[in-house]
Design a protein around this ligand. Sequence first.
Ligand code: SF4
Ligand code: SF4
Ligand code: SF4
Length: 662
Amino acid sequence: MDYTKYGLKPDDEIKNIFREINSIFNLWCKKCYKKYKTDIEPECERLNEILGEENSKIKGWTGIDFLCNNHHTAEKLIELGVNSFDSIGIIACGLGVQFVSEKFPDKRIFALCDSIPQSGNSTSPEGFHGVSLSKEKCAACSQCYLNLTGGICPIVNCSKSLLNGPCGGVKNGKCEVNPDIPCAWEDIYNRLKKQNKLFCSEIQVRDFNRFNFDEKKKYSEISLSKRQEGFYGGVHPLDSKENTSRARILNFPEPPYVLIFISQHTGSLSKPIVKEGDTVKMGQKIAESTGVISSTIHSSISGRVVKIEEKIHPTLQKPIPAIIIENNGKNTMDESIKPVDFEGLSKENIIEILKEKGIVGLGGAMFPTYVKFLFEVSKKSIETLIVNGCECEPYLNTDNRIMIEYPEKILKGIKVLQKIANPKNTIIGIEDNKKEAIEILQKYSSSDITVLSLRTKYPQGAEKMLIKRLTGKNVPEGGLPIEVGSIVINVGTALAIYKAIFEGIPLIDRVITVSGDGVGKDGNFIVKIGTPLKNILDFYLGMHNKNIFEEYNIFMGGPMMGILQKNLDSAVIKGTGGFTILKKYPVESKEERECIKCGRCVSVCPVELLPLNYVYYGERQMWEETKNYRVKNCIECGSCNYICSSKIDILSFIKRAKGKCL
Ligand code: SF4
Ligand code: SF4
Ligand code: SF4
């Protein structure tokens, strides 16, 4: 596959360019839409052949992936110090030339290639090349004019696409056809003046009657602003939330036993403090935290501990001890469960209660909440307390429904957090596909809490993306939100905090969504922590059996970031937002799935990585190389997988790369 977009200019033209200059640094775009290779472009080799001894004027070369992608290229150009060279030669389509010319307007930038039309042998109806959707355009006219015009293309920027200078209608520097835009030819004149050059060309006759550049520009600019709205990249998967968005939260049938893993949180495993044969009450502590980052765990039912044995953990996917408790059906409450007087509590008392009640982040990360406030808040003052109500994963309505059904409890939970963190601002961010939740929270919120409706875009619910969206700040690589003055709490965690403080109840149950592609009983339920997956499947599908994993993909969470379950002994943990159960429709494909270097994965990666490299080096088992492409920063959002033109499972390469080299 090679959807080649440019080829070197004719030999004479190249030789003329090199006659004009003393030294040059060449940048070559590694091309989009072609089979991924790391070799040098054939155009670079041919340039050396044409130049012969003159190639001593080339003082350096470098290849760049997606030269026209401002996000990735701007920094790289500064790193390379290209501005210190007399001139810069570009081996790329017109888009790459225009991009670099705009970055260095007073430097001589030479287009060494002509773009190859996408169809036919005249100007392309598609209108532009490249993947950047930047405001520079290339019409792939196959006769690049940019060396004469200082890197500004008159074909796409001049309303009349004039090639021999401005028409007589320019007024105050504005175009007579569209007074909102500057005259392209004035821009060209000014750019050339900066470079001490004059425009000089013979008249060229071209046929442009199939173009409507205004429309194309508009489309391109809308796409660009949407792509960068809030944070770079992201995708818009079908949200598939309609099955459960209106379903009231119900109590899930009481399980006959629960299977409570001693890892219900990020950090070290908890230590069981009960043994086989013990009777336990609902809410009784059964495991205590160990180490700095850990959490306490409580029984979610009353009954008898029948076993403590290793089972496959639903997210870690490895054996972890689980406390198995047989349900006596009485739900006898532990004596420790009693509300406290909130007003009389100090900040330290509250943090201690959050620790004792085993509160962890319910958005999925399961980070112990007391640790977040004990250590992070003491380091720096909090500018913004962000309450995350985005729930951007398809199918899930857990957070949506609790915002609709328990707004006052959530807001009281937020008040508790405000008392500990003393933030300057408190913002609840909710995606605009949850209109009812937005209206209800706006109605109940006090004046010190702002409820913001955010345009739906996946993965906006990821902590770093939400911070960027709401504060415009980037959490540094490997850093914590506190470093940019923010702290993020999920709405579900705020509800758990309310229950811990005002009702004295530890984190022993949570709301989950059980949904899928219409094959079962979709709904939103309060489930006891430790409820086995078997019971969920029995309820949803009316059955479970050994072969169920062959017929269905069962995700803990949603289909984008959810963890595929392979074991009936799996169970609800504190971070379970739901189960998505999708029937498998296997498609046989004999074709090899090769990366065509379309750049879509690059365009959508919200942490600005180059995911195609994980495929390239992963296929070659060169895992160490993936470190150079910052694989550890990947948040495993799955956007690249979702968008990949070749349907490559990029995420599986990422997970293996992390396992091999981190
Ligand atoms: S003259 Fe303009 S439209 Fe034609 S190839 Fe060059 S940049 Fe593209
Ligand atoms: S899974 Fe990783 S590499 Fe892929 S888009 Fe998400 S953050 Fe980027
Ligand atoms: S989206 Fe897929 S095919 Fe396109 S560049 Fe990325 S890995 Fe390659």
